[in-house]
Design a protein around this ligand. Structure first.
Ligand code: SF4
Length: 436
């Protein structure tokens, strides 16, 4: 039985280099004031507009997860708690604020002490608002909040889109003032076009996981690809990276190669991973040769596998559409059920793993009901486990391992004896969303 999985293709090396280049540019900004920088959120980011001004994004969430993965998150979390942040605050916030106060960065390179702008592209989670107010206060940088309406219906209304477009246009005026540069509509359209091409390639990569065996893991490997998706999506470098990634993974598919010698289980993963124990957690699934064929977490920055693309013919409107409707954080729980059920059916998964994250109410509130819905209503084998995405104090390794082992033992039994599987309840159906 395989105990570990370590896929290290060229794309992983290229991804590493791209992220190091990004940190190098941020260090350059810290030293000389150029390039201009902007702190913003991953979910519903409008990186295309920043690219139009040559502004480099800073994602506090990416910094926080990089720290956790390198086992460096506890010190800044404790520093934030010492200054009064509560134990149950989001640990991403505490790690980020602790880092600001102590001058810690994931790679040891400097980050700009004062970004050109702190942009709170508020979607879904109201923690963002306070987090970015604090970032603006501690750095002294100007703050602009984009108020993105929650997706209340299947599609956003015209008024919601117009409301966000108006704010994006205000943001353009503010960026002109802060950078001293005139807005270039052609550069903006080009950025949007690059995003559309990166999204198409990324979407095709995700659809490769429909094949058995899947040539990539749509949770653990997808996370590797998500950094470039947020930082470089709107650039030619991003397009080239995703073209290379697709070519490499397609070659694996044509060679019939999966993640493991034999793919025994196919999973849908829900929720962010425990970054402080990322490797350990991955190995718990590798032991069972279980591949994630889809994950909701890989859609926090954008939901492209179901067809949405940025549109250079309507650059502002499509950026607004993306912010409102095309990221999992700004959608309701029933829409997430739909998304997961599509994964179960179209990506042919055997079960669902729900990872409850103590820090993150946005992802985790309602996951108890979700477990009941999938296991009892739909008869889908479902495992619910708990820890945290950033704080290492909440990962109980032995208990998590035991539960995962027990889940796969039961799943193996039900696959060998299909009649042992729970039958979906009669009349079970997914949510029906009201139309706009
Ligand atoms: S609560 Fe969750 S979604 Fe909100 S900022 Fe923290 S990690 Fe992100």
């Amino acid at each position: 039985m395989a105990e570990k999985s370590e896929y290290r293709g060229n794309i992983h090396q290229r991804q590493k280099q791209l992220m190091l280049d990004w940190y190098a540019r941020l260090e350059q900004a810290a030293e000389g004031g150029e390039p201009k920088t902007c702190s913003l959120m991953v979910s519903g980011n409008c990186v295309e507009l920043l690219e139009a001004f040559g502004i480099v994004p800073i994602y506090p969430e990416v910094n926080a997860l990089q720290l956790a993965i390198r086992h460096q998150s506890l010190d800044p979390i404790l520093a934030a708690e010492e200054m009064g942040y509560a134990a149950d605050n989001c640990a991403y916030v505490k790690a980020d604020i602790g880092c600001l106060l102590k001058g810690i960065t994931p790679t040891g390179t400097r980050l700009p002490e004062k970004p050109t702008l702190v942009l709170c592209n508020f979607v879904g989670c109201n923690t963002y608002l306070k987090w970015f107010e604090h970032v603006a206060k501690f750095t002294g940088a100007p703050l602009y909040v984009i108020d993105v309406p929650f997706l209340r219906t299947a599609e956003p209304s015209k008024e919601d889109v117009a409301y966000v477009v108006k704010q994006l246009q205000e943001l353009v005026a503010l960026l002109e003032k802060l950078t001293g540069r005139k807005f270039d509509p052609d550069r903006f359209r080009h950025a949007v076009e690059c995003s559309a091409r990166s999204e198409e390639l990324w979407s095709r990569i995700k659809h490769l996981a429909k094949v058995t065996p899947s040539p990539f893991d749509a949770y653990f490997d997808a996370i590797t690809l998500m950094g470039p998706l947020y930082v470089y999506r709107a650039t030619q470098e991003g397009v080239d990276f995703f073209a290379q990634a697709l070519a490499e993974l397609e070659a694996k598919r044509f060679a019939g190669e999966g993640i493991y010698e034999r793919e025994r289980f196919r999973l849908v993963m829900e929720g962010p991973p425990p970054y402080p124990y990322f490797r350990t957690f991955r190995d718990m699934f590798a032991k069972w040769q279980a591949t994630a064929v889809a994950s909701t977490y890989s859609t926090v920055g954008g939901l492209w596998e179901f067809g949405f693309r940025h549109d250079p013919a309507q650059p502002f409107e499509s950026v607004a559409m993306h912010m409102i409707a095309q990221n999992v954080t700004n959608r309701n729980m029933l829409q997430r059920y739909d998304q997961m059920q599509r994964y179960m059916e179209e990506w042919k998964a055997d079960g669902v793993i729900i990872h409850f994250v103590k820090s993150c109410r946005l992802f985790s509130a309602g996951q108890g009901d979700m477990r009941d819905y999938f296991s009892k209503q739909l008869g889908v084998p479902t495992l619910y486990i708990e820890s945290d995405l950033e704080d290492p104090r909440y990962f109980a390794e032995a208990q998590t391992r035991n539960r995962i082992d027990a889940f796969f033992e039961a799943l193996e039994h039900s696959k060998a004896h299909p009649r042992a599987k729970a039958e979906p309840k009669k009349g079970a159906q997914l949510c029906v969303l009201p139309q706009a």
